[in-house]
Design a protein around this ligand. Sequence first.
Ligand SMILES: Cc1ncc(C[n+]2csc(CCOP(=O)(O)OP(=O)(O)O)c2C)c(N)n1
Ligand code: SF4
Ligand SMILES: [Mg+2]
Length: 350
Amino acid sequence: MTYLAKPTLHHPSLQKNKVGYTRRDYEGKVSTLCAGCGHDSVSSAIVQACWQQDIAPHRVAKLSGIGCSSKTPDYFLGASHGFNTVHGRMPSVLTGANLANRELLYLGISGDGDSASIGLGQFAHAMRRGVRMVYIVENNGVYGLTKGQFSATADRGSVAKKGATNNDASIDLVALALQLGATYVARSFSGDKAQLVPLIEGAIRHGGAAFIDVISPCVAFNNHAGSTRSYDHVREHNEALNRIDFIALAAQQEAAGDEQEILVPQPDGSQMRLQRVLTDYDPTDRLGAMNHLQALQASGVIPTGLLYVDPSAHDMHTGLKTVATPLNRLAERELCPGAAVLDKINAGLR
Ligand SMILES: Cc1ncc(C[n+]2csc(CCOP(=O)(O)OP(=O)(O)O)c2C)c(N)n1
Ligand code: SF4
Ligand SMILES: [Mg+2]
């Protein structure tokens, strides 16, 4: 039942982060998802990442669509702003909120049905506009909430719980995000928190559109033999390309230790250390990444890790030249500067 709140009493000795909050302060209500659902592990990774990144909970806006995945914002960051939108419409509502106030951290939580079917157009435009956000798709290959129909990300040839085979080609959201211009693109697995938490942290720090496709098994409808989104299948075929670590803000920028290490500058002046696992993979080369991923996927591998990052990314506001101050802090004089200013704008458009 979604109204179940967790006890708010904290043990006084719980460790606090730099902004004075314990990890418990980032939790939400008690989850009502099926026991073992991958989505709960993603929620827990979000809690961990926000706490470790010292983000004050009230500085976060979490938005979602419809689905089991889209229910999860109720289960983390209970003290943050939240908006559960219509099915597939999270990206446009998030874009509008971001335009009104760019000072918040925007977390967009969606499912493969929500983003790859009804919301595909919305997903595409949020990526190409470079909306600064952490966009997470909890990808289980099915519509979990409506009892397990194949979603558009289900692999061709994969078999449903009741035995039907999926004959349709699948939509690869990572390939789409790369093609559409997202500047931080990653894939992970809900069962690998050690990989997922730093990927979310990297996305939080990123200066543009960050997309993470998290394979998040549905234990009720898509965790059987023949499924390519089951825990067993993903554990067997998952291949990490790299591992992320962060180097705190230092007076002097560090140099890469060896050729296995790539240092990616962050908007706050710190550096992200990427430890390559696959030696010839360069995550700063968009075209190379697209080719490499296609080749790996064709051989049955599920490549995970930070697949692409543009260290010099900028967001939608840069292109639109919008005012930096959140709209709710502008006074009437700034919002309605008068007829003379309007005349000048009109004259400039003639
Ligand atoms: C406009 C509209 N169409 C269809 C539905 C029915 N519906 C609810 S959730 C859902 C799909 C959810 O799948 P996904 O986004 O993958 O989330 P999951 O439950 O798998 O986490 C659908 C089709 C709806 N709620 N609204
Ligand atoms: S139906 Fe599937 S996606 Fe929904 S809560 Fe249960 S396991 Fe998770
Ligand atoms: Mg789904």
